[in-house]
Design a protein. Sequence first.
Length: 82
Amino acid sequence: MTLSDSVILDFLYEKDLELPPKALYRNLNRHGQEIGYSTVQLRLNELLEHDFVTRDGDGYYEITNKGKMWVEGKLSESDFGG
């Protein structure tokens, strides 16, 4: 789990949003997080692989229950595969 992963999960959790990568990138930066678009794309793929987010057929990402548990401090680094 990287700092960028936590930033993405925290944002999706707090805002309760489903967003495509570009909109997520723009909103993270709008809210003071300096994170690059390529980083958002890369980390979303990693989070998807570990079931912290889901992606629908339109390319929108949403935090999963597992992702919410991570944000709430109910999971450890080993749950991410690290």
